[in-house]
Design a protein around this ligand. Structure first.
Ligand code: IDP
Ligand code: MG
Length: 136
């Protein structure tokens, strides 16, 4: 799987970090193949985060990702591009994310960790199909 889904979440868009995040991914030589600034509806957010349904943070997560525009993108690179992007994003909890990663350099809180990246080849395929059915 050479493609992966990346979302600059509403907190990243609000903070004006779209340029910084895009720039890091592009400088890594990942290629932007689709992008859409959209306010996600609740049904789409629940579908996207289906694996987390029932967890204590689920409702807050859905509320947050649907609260304002997010930049939904597809990036393309070598095999397992999802893994390259995940490494660049850093740990889910920004307080524990390594320096040099997007979260480790730009975020501090779990509820405002800026960015989503698919966490497997299957997830990449599934998530791209949700947001960009024409690419699937
Ligand atoms: P990921 O974004 O690094 O893939 P996931 O475990 O898939 O992390 O969780 C999705 C999102 O849900 C996280 O990015 C974060 O915003 C939120 N989240 C995950 N775990 C927690 C938690 O324990 N408390 C609060 N929010 C969480
Ligand atoms: Mg995840």
């Amino acid at each position: 799987m050479k493609r992966t889904l990346v979302i600059v979440k509403p907190d990243g868009v609000e903070r004006g970090l779209v340029g910084e995040i895009l720039s890091r991914l592009e400088q890594r030589q990942l290629r932007l193949v689709a992008a859409d600034l959209r306010t996600m509806d609740v049904a789409t957010a629940k579908r996207h985060y289906a694996e987390h349904e029932g967890k204590p943070f689920f409702d807050r997560l859905v509320a947050s990702i649907t609260s304002a525009p997010a930049l939904v993108m597809v990036f393309e690179g070598p095999d397992d591009t999802w893994r390259v992007v995940r490494t660049m994003i850093g740990a889910t909890n920004p307080a524990e994310a390594a320096p040099g990663t997007i979260r480790g350099d730009l975020a501090l809180e779990m509820d405002a960790n800026l960015i989503h990246g698919s966490d497997s080849a299957d997830a990449a395929q599934r998530e791209i199909a949700i947001f960009f059915p024409d690419l699937a």
